[in-house]
Design a protein around this ligand. Structure first.
Ligand code: NAD
Ligand code: TYD
Length: 352
């Protein structure tokens, strides 16, 4: 273990974005030890990492970051040098149903990690990279973009809990000189996305000819980024971003929900050999989400100008790859939605 250049704790590495970050780091940096710490909630799934789980530089620890003692033990066991913190409750609709889980994981869990990093890192070269969202900035009108200087104005329990964790991250930097970096990204899509968020839910429902629920009028706007481009941005910021700074991540790729779902219907009609318009007939307008943010849009020019990062593919390419992945990984969808991945965990890790 001691021969590794860095020993990075990735929290939430069994989730959607976290699994892409873990995979990318394991493959690009065989000299880094990657310790994936995850509670395996409904959203966390070791089936997201089957292709890398046997790599020599990978470890998995099933922990709840709300449990301070468990966080401390993982830090000590692996002599953790860096943290990339993704573990969170992440679905806005669930936060409306029950905010307290969001306070516990997103706020208390984050402070547990910050406190433990501060207590362990007295000197040396360390990074605590906190992965956050553009939703902390609130909701835009028809024009304008979120920059790193936009005031925080969270409006859902989810975004309020993320905003709170962001403030704690910056408080630990200013108060204790903890070497933090932060990124605030727009909506992600791609493989291994739990089918409760808009794009994977629609792909699933189109495939199975189920209704496609559009909240309100479908005119809310989101700025979509391919998850592998988010993972590459995190890799870049983690290595080259300035300490104490936040970086916005996005693809200048705004779609209203209804435009997006119509495009997806057309794409899947082609891929599934259906008549044009067949899938769009499944679109069903439903009651709007409470407090539904109108528009998110990111200005990522700081990241591009300072660190040279840009998205690698267009939305059309990314969406096509994503649909192909879902259509050829039905087994994964069944596993994550049935709960049988918990049995899978026992089989894979039961004795460790
Ligand atoms: P996700 O819900 O798919 O995964 C979250 C992971 O965290 C899961 O593996 C879950 O088991 C784990 N987790 C939850 N509570 C935990 C706890 N108490 N202890 C340990 N592990 C716990 O989320 P995601 O979409 O991959 O998002 C990852 C991060 O990126 C989050 O911090 C989110 O706020 C942020 N983010 C997401 C998006 C997006 O579009 N999905 C965009 C910007 C930022
Ligand atoms: P979501 O994927 O939950 O991400 P977020 O709310 O964090 O941006 O939702 C994306 C958009 O799609 C959002 O405006 C809500 C809308 N939406 C629907 O219209 N129908 C749905 O079934 C879902 C899940 C979301």
């Amino acid at each position: 273990m001691d021969n590794f250049d860095r020993r990075i704790l990735v929290t939430g590495g069994a989730g959607f974005i976290g699994s892409h970050v873990v995979r990318r780091l394991l493959k690009n940096y065989p000299n880094y030890l990657i310790v994936n710490a995850d509670k395996l909630t409904y959203a966390g799934n070791l089936a997201n990492l089957t292709d890398v789980q046997k790599l020599k530089n990978y470890r998995f620890e099933k922990i709840d970051i709300v449990n301070l003692q468990a966080v401390k033990e993982v830090f000590q066991k692996y002599h953790i040098t860096d943290v990339i913190h993704l573990a969170a409750e992440s679905h806005v609709d669930r936060s409306i149903e029950g905010p307290m889980e969001f306070v516990m994981t997103n706020v208390v869990g984050s402070v547990n990690l910050l406190q433990t990093a501060k207590d362990n890192w007295k000197s040396g070269d360390h990074v605590f990279h906190h992965v956050s969202t553009d939703e902390v900035y609130g909701s835009l009108g028809h024009t304008g973009l979120f920059t790193e200087k936009t005031s925080y104005d969270p409006r859902s329990p989810y975004s309020a809990s993320k905003a709170s964790s962001d403030h704690f991250v910056m408080a630990f930097y200013h108060t204790y000189n903890l070497p933090v970096k932060m990124s605030n990204c727009s909506n992600n899509y791609g493989s291994h996305h739990f089918p409760e968020k808009l794009i994977p839910l629609m792909i699933h429902n189109i495939q199975h000819k189920k209704p496609l629920p559009i909240y309100g009028k479908g005119d809310n706007i989101r700025d979509w980024l391919w998850v592998e481009d988010h993972a590459s941005a995190i890799e870049t910021i983690f290595h080259h971003g300035r300490i104490g700074e936040s970086y916005n991540v996005g693809g200048l790729n705004e779609w209203t929900n209804i435009e997006l779902v119509n495009y997806l219907c057309q794409l899947m009609d082609e891929k599934l050999g259906r008549n044009n318009g067949e899938s769009a007939s499944l679109i069903t307008y439903v009651t709007d989400r409470a407090g539904h943010d109108k528009r998110y849009a990111i200005d990522a020019s700081k990241l591009e100008n300072e660190l040279g990062w840009k998205p690698s593919i267009t939305f059309e390419e990314g969406l096509s790859k994503t649909v192909d992945w879902f259509l050829s990984n039905q087994e994964w969808v069944d596993k994550v939605t049935s709960g049988s991945y918990k049995e899978y965990y026992e089989i894979m890790y039961g004795g460790r």
